[in-house]
Design a protein around this ligand. Structure first.
Ligand code: ZN
Length: 413
């Protein structure tokens, strides 16, 4: 049995607390142990306490000296589009020149350009690129990600993307929770009703049978899938045993949040345009709000979701990167913590809760990851600072010293 003792942690940020998503004032409680330590056995946390006491129990264990730094649970990124081919550099430059989404799309950019590249890529090539992305996540202190399909939009290409996630899960220390997002856009070669039929009659049953996804997601937005179409797809997914997430109210207040509440979705994501009624609906159904400030930033908008109002309403808020080539090309949770504090007025402690324990519950893994407590996986990072707030405060420079997944060093010194 392999054991590891982490000693001399100035702030051991455990997030220990009630075994449920944290709401209201609970979001600011990080349960920090000063001058702490942890004993890890077989990849799981065995004991936490003062460093001196852990040291006494550490005979035979490999010692990790945190050297007076800060330790946090591994970040859990609950919204990413991790598997795609290529990038969107042309769109990036056109947007900088002030071109609109329509102009960029006409010039051959937008989501469709990523769909074409992803369809053309082999499973092997997609896996090679996905491994590079996975490495970026690990180097930013993220040890678990949710990942969505949705750049294939044919049965074979969606299956290909989900299989790449399965392989990545086996070959990388980054843990992947797969989500089927066939309803990301309507493919150019089909009309919307025919495509919805394909999603419901062929894609969903096949994906459920092969257990390729834990969740089903829909891009509920004007010009993509309206509320009624989203309801049909998500209801079919639920019948097959998939849990639900929804891209809701990003560009317009279409009623996505209310649909999430009606269908008992696990999460409603984006919510930039959600109004007070939408927030109330989410609260009454205990749907978790996943906020994605990286996409607001990348699109040069200032329309951030109302995080404060949501926290005050009692929602278990999550923050995530929305990593994707078009609207949020960042795998960095520290960057998202910065945006959450500066743009959404969350406190550093609330932001960390949203990026760890609340995110873990939104993936139904709250009993396994997201906090440093006895019995949980030893996923954690050592940050080269003396106060956890520094992680959100200094931005644009890496403060990570090292990252561990299941007690193994996976990035850093
Ligand atoms: Zn997204």
């Amino acid at each position: 049995m392999k054991s590891l003792a982490v000693l001399h942690v100035l702030q051991l940020v455990t997030l220990a607390g009630p075994t449920k998503p944290r709401v209201g004032a609970e979001m600011a409680k990080l349960a920090i142990i000063r001058n702490g330590g942890m004993l890890i056995r077989d990849g799981k946390i065995d004991t936490l306490g003062p460093s001196a006491e852990i040291e006494k129990k550490s005979r035979g264990a490999e010692i990790v000296d945190a050297g007076g730094r800060v330790v946090l649970p591994g970040f859990v990124d609950a919204h990413t589009h991790l598997v795609f081919a290529g990038n969107r550099l042309e769109d990036f430059e056109r947007r900088a020149r002030g071109e609109s989404y329509e102009q960029i799309s006409k010039a051959g950019g937008g989501i469709w350009s990523t769909v074409e590249k992803t369809r053309a890529a082999s499973e092997h090539d997609l896996l090679v690129q996905a491994k590079k992305h996975a490495d970026w996540f690990l180097r930013g202190g993220t040890t678990t990600v949710e990942a969505k399909s949705g750049y294939g939009l044919t049965l074979e290409d969606e299956l290909k993307i989900l299989r790449v996630m399965r392989s990545l899960n086996e070959e990388s220390p980054l843990e992947i929770v797969p989500t089927f997002l066939g309803a990301h856009a309507v493919p150019r070669e089909m009309d919307v009703d025919a495509y919805i039929e394909l999603v419901i009659d062929e894609m969903l049953p096949r994906i459920a049978r092969e257990k390729l996804a834990a969740f089903c997601d829909v891009f509920c937005e004007r010009g993509y899938f309206d509320v009624e179409q989203s309801r049909r797809i998500l209801t079919a997914a639920r019948k097959l045993g998939l849990k639900l997430r929804i891209h809701a109210d990003q560009l317009s207040n279409l009623g996505g949040a209310k649909l999430a509440a009606e269908l008992d979705a696990t999460t409603a994501d984006h919510l930039e345009k959600t109004d007070r009624d939408g927030i109330a609906a989410l609260t009454s159904a205990s749907v978790q709000a996943v906020l994605l400030p990286g996409s607001v930033y990348t699109l040069g908008s200032s329309d951030y979701p109302s995080a404060r109002e949501m926290i005050e309403a009692g929602l278990a808020v999550v923050i995530a990167t929305d990593f994707n080539p078009g609207s949020s090309p960042t795998p960095s949770m520290p960057m998202i913590l910065s945006l959450a504090c500066t743009q959404m007025k969350m406190s550093p402690a609330e932001a960390i809760t949203g990026a760890t324990i609340n995110a873990a519950y939104s993936l139904n893994w709250g009993n396994k990851i997201g906090s440093l407590e006895r019995g949980k996986l030893a996923n954690f990072s050592i940050f080269d600072c003396e106060d956890f707030r520094e992680i959100a405060y200094w931005f644009g420079i890496p403060q990570l010293h090292s990252v561990f997944a299941k007690g193994e060093r996976v990035a850093g010194a």
